[in-house]
Design a protein around this ligand. Structure first.
Ligand code: F6P
Length: 321
């Protein structure tokens, strides 16, 4: 394989730029031509490509977001969109594509691979919800950002003897909420993977800690549980007598300088992805397990299930009282 492309798709994640950099530099160093595709699969359909060289990825390892821009492309999910993308790749002589994104992006990569354009996926999402990986690019930065934001909220919560109900991202998954809940000492953590009852898991829990002299509380809710945090704060105030406030952290969680872990893993994964394409190996997802970089068949990866670590959940429950 001599000519490849790289794109970022779905929600941006800190560390995507480090992955793009590694893809471009590894390709250049090994004599491959490499193109950056602008705005994910939209760019693949419309031929929105930029020829990349060693210097096009200078000074981006430290930047959040993605210099290639990102999009969720509905057209690509249609037969016509897919056909146009394949035609564009053929016209440009693109022999393989590195797709950096979440599982939605991998489904696109799978479909392209099936139709003869070998793709390698790199997991880039703050949600950490890719089943074959115990870590995804952007997750570590996001977790640390949430921790910092909740620490700030905690200062004011403590000063006023209040309860703060905070919603964090994660789409359908609770990894961000569970781990940030542990890191921030949340009194209760609500995640989609574990059924809960507000009365038992929040109100009674708060009352129990009140009896042990606790005066301020952090309640973390993953967006995937679908709880209205404002309504929950009002219910808490009515039932416990603790003045309560609600905060939705929203997109503040998704930007910012990537952590060292995200930069290093993104660099390793980007390098690994190009090495696969150089051997004409496509239809793969680069994964990270226990700090090791490996790869899976893309179909297999998409059919795997990821479950929450219940031991971790129980630890959180036991120590946050
Ligand atoms: O997948 C990343 C993510 O930030 C999710 O946590 C969240 O549900 C979603 O994207 C938000 O998407 P958008 O930026 O399109 O509103």
């Amino acid at each position: 394989m001599k000519k490849i492309a790289v794109l970022t798709s779905g929600g941006d994640a800190p560390g995507m730029n480090a992955a793009v950099r590694a893809v471009v530099r590894t390709a250049c160093e090994n004599g491959l031509e490499v193109y950056g595709v602008i705005r994910g699969y939209n760019g693949l359909i419309n031929g929105d490509f930029i020829k990349m060289d060693l210097r096009s990825v200078s000074d981006i390892i430290n930047r959040g977001g993605t210099i290639l821009y990102s999009a969720r492309c509905k057209e690509f999910a249609t037969e016509d969109g897919m056909r146009r993308a394949i035609r564009t790749c053929q016209e440009w002589g693109i022999e393989g594509v590195v797709v950096i994104g979440g599982d939605g992006s991998f489904r696109g990569a799978r479909d392209l691979s099936e139709r003869g354009i070998p793709c390698v996926g790199i997991p880039g999402t703050i949600d950490n919800d890719i089943a074959c990986c115990d870590y995804t690019i952007g997750y570590d930065t996001c977790l640390n950002t949430i921790m910092e934001l909740v620490d700030r909220i905690r200062d004011t919560t403590e000063s006023h003897d209040r309860c703060s109900v905070i919603e964090v991202m994660g789409r359908h998954a609770g990894y961000l909420a569970l781990n940030s809940g542990i890191a921030c000492g949340a009194t209760a953590i609500l995640i989609p993977e574990v059924p809960f009852d507000i009365e038992k898991h929040v109100i009674e829990r708060m009352k129990k800690t009140q009896r042990a002299n606790k005066k301020h509380f952090i309640i973390l809710a993953a967006e995937g549980v679908g709880v209205d945090v404002k309504a929950l704060a009002a219910e808490i105030e009515a039932k416990t007598g603790v003045e309560s406030r609600a905060t939705v952290l929203g997109h503040t969680q998704r930007g910012g300088y990537p952590t060292a872990k995200d930069r290093i893993m993104a660099t390793r994964m980007g390098n690994y992805a190009v090495k696969l394409l150089m051997q004409d190996i496509g239809n793969r997802v680069v994964a990270c397990q226990k700090e090791e970089v490996l790869d899976y068949d893309i179909f297999e990866a998409l059919n795997m299930q990821k479950s929450i670590d219940m031991n971790l959940y129980n630890v959180a429950h036991e120590v946050s009282i």
